[in-house]
Write a protein that binds this ligand. Structure first.
Ligand code: 6IA
Length: 139
């Protein structure tokens, strides 16, 4: 199972520790192609790579992935773009949203019935949402 994890970079790195914990947990289900999203050394300045190289690599990984899991609490243009792409490709998508952030999720994510959007309160409830998502995938 190849997992594409999406989380904010330029949009802000406030939740990077949470991304890291989610990525470690996802290791239970497969290989996370985008492990760097949870790397605290990558700040909102991004990776030390050319923009085109990052885009081409991420698009390739998205194509290769079996599922897409996005942390969508922190608004991010890149994550929104990736989710649009995942939708077009027909990938199973789980969006994790921290409800403590209020009712602020974009309707373009929350209103897309092709996505499974799970609200969570703490890391344990995010883990349970992940378990439920994988349990519900067609075998
Ligand atoms: O708009 P954002 O930067 O918040 O978008 C974050 C999403 O886009 C993540 O899920 C990543 O998969 C992807 N992404 C955006 N920027 C990068 C990056 N460095 N490295 C890896 N993945 C990225 C940014 C470098 C800078 C020159 C813009």
């Amino acid at each position: 199972m190849k997992i594409y994890f999406a989380g904010s970079i330029r949009g802000g790195r406030d939740r990077v520790e949470l991304y890291h914990q989610l990525i470690v947990y996802l290791g239970k289900y497969g290989t996370v192609l985008t492990e760097h999203i949870g790397n605290p050394n990558i700040t909102s300045n991004g990776e030390n790579l050319d923009k085109k190289e990052i885009f081409d690599r991420d698009v390739r990984w998205m194509d290769e992935s079996d599922v897409v899991i996005a942390e969508v609490t922190t608004n991010s243009l890149g994550v929104g773009y990736e989710l649009g792409r995942a939708d077009e490709l027909g990938k199973p998508v789980l969006c994790l949203y921290c409800i403590e952030n209020g009712d602020n999720l974009s309707a373009m994510i929350g209103g897309n019935m092709a996505f499974k959007v799970s609200d969570y309160t703490d890391i344990e409830s995010a883990f349970r949402a992940i378990d439920g998502f994988f349990a519900g995938l067609p075998s």
